[in-house]
Design a protein around this ligand. Structure first.
Ligand code: PHB
Length: 398
């Protein structure tokens, strides 16, 4: 049976970044990914969020995978919040000293695959992991090859980076899952039309929340709050554009353009504790899920990887396991901060059914317009709280 130092399940942002950082430091990592390379790079179903925190951009650059992001991504110095018929501009640079980058997650995945393979890294596409054994002391992954054969891979460590529907997560003995579902979903579209504004607009309207984002100056990515059991068929194109413009009333206008994609995203929050067992660790969505309102998903995955990578390198380079032992403890700080912020943004911006909750929400919105402190709270969380201050060393060592 083949044996490697680190086996990684899943070639999403978390798995790829970890593999790349480990390889650069001379640690042998193999990534097993159930889907094909073409699917990861081009399938429309994979179009995910597109906002990179200041620190995520830094990590990508330091890892050597960010040069295309610098060329093609859009640097934004803030976002708009539209409510009560007016837009409030939050200038992140003025409020927090940092900016954000708009660049699709899928594009970064494509860039990381290319860099990793060019550097001689190994990604086994279309290799589906079907079992995880010996996680306490001597891990073995069982997988199926594209030809349908079964294989086994032994490793010193296993990292589960297989996303929100993680199989790896189910193999973590003693894991507690804390979760919350929200009584709404997002209907998302990708369309060939210029974005509603030069920066993102988060719009809270009595008809529901809407988000106006983008992938480029000619490609819009927009979302509508809909009921959780909503059917896509109920939303022909004209209805989507009409509803988007309703919710943008008095602030801006979007022009209809050809739709490239249309999808529904359920909204939930989830945290798995602990994030480790023996020689097995979870990173990214496999360990936690956030609703997309705070744009935290991929950023959080990068934070986990930075913390785990440092711990693995301390083990391999100095024989020190103490950081590995406290991985969960260290990671949960940024995880719960992002959970808090995502929950806060979600409940601030979506129309709520309960009249009392809805009245509180309106009070929160008025408070936000008046309070520089609250605006700063939003800004520092949005650009990434943990890449500033005392915690930064843990993340920006890469
Ligand atoms: C996106 O561009 O897809 C996007 C941006 C911000 C969010 C969520 C999604 O909060």
């Amino acid at each position: 049976m083949r044996r490697v130092q680190v086996a990684i399940v899943g070639a999403g942002p978390a798995g790829l970044l970890l593999a790349h950082l480990l390889r650069r430091a001379g640690v042998e990592a193999v990534v097993l990914e159930a889907r094909s390379r073409a699917y990861l790079e081009t399938s429309p179903h994979r179009i995910r969020a597109g906002v990179l925190e200041w620190g995520t951009k830094e990590i990508a650059l330091r890892a050597g995978v960010g040069e295309r992001m610098l060329q093609e991504g859009l640097e934004h110095r803030g976002v708009y919040l539209a409510f009560h018929g007016e837009a409030l501009h939050l200038d992140f640079l003025a409020l927090s000293g940092k900016t954000i980058w708009v660049y699709g997650q899928q594009y970064l995945v494509r860039d990381m695959i290319r860099h990793h393979l060019e550097a001689g890294g190994e990604i086994l596409f279309e290799h589906e992991v079907v079992g995880l054994e010996g996680l306490e002391e001597a891990p073995v992954l069982l997988y199926r090859t594209p030809e349908g054969r079964e294989g086994r891979l032994a490793s010193e460590f296993v990292v589960g980076a297989d996303g929100s529907h993680s199989l790896a997560r189910q193999h973590l003995p003693g894991a507690r899952v804390q979760q919350k579902t929200y009584p709404f979903a997002w209907l998302g579209i990708l369309a060939e039309t210029p974005p509603a504004a030069e920066e993102l607009i988060y719009a809270s309207h009595p008809r529901g929340f809407a988000l106006f984002s983008m992938r480029s100056p000619t490609l819009s990515r927009n979302y509508l709050q809909v009921r959780p059991d909503e059917k896509l068929e109920a939303w022909p194109e004209e209805r989507i554009w009409e509803e988007l413009n309703w919710r943008l009333e008095g602030v801006a206008e979007v022009k209809p353009g050809p739709l490239l994609e249309k999808s529904l995203t359920p909204m939930r929050s989830l945290v798995v504790e602990p994030m480790q067992y023996g020689r097995f660790f979870l990173v990214g969505d496999a360990a936690h899920v956030v609703p997309p309102t705070g744009a935290k998903g991929m950023n959080l995955a990068f934070c986990d990887v930075a913390v785990l990578c440092r711990a693995l390198l301390a083990y391999y380079q100095e024989g020190d396991s103490s950081l590995l032992n406290r991985y969960t403890q260290d990671a949960l700080r940024h995880v719960w901060q992002a959970e808090l912020f995502s929950y806060w943004m979600t409940t601030l911006l979506h129309t709520l059914e309960d009249p009392f909750e809805e009245a509180l929400r309106q009070a929160k919105l008025r408070h936000l317009r008046e309070s520089p402190h609250l605006q700063r709270f939003l800004a520092e969380n949005y650009v990434g709280l943990y890449t500033s201050g005392r915690y930064a060393d843990t993340l920006l060592h890469v």
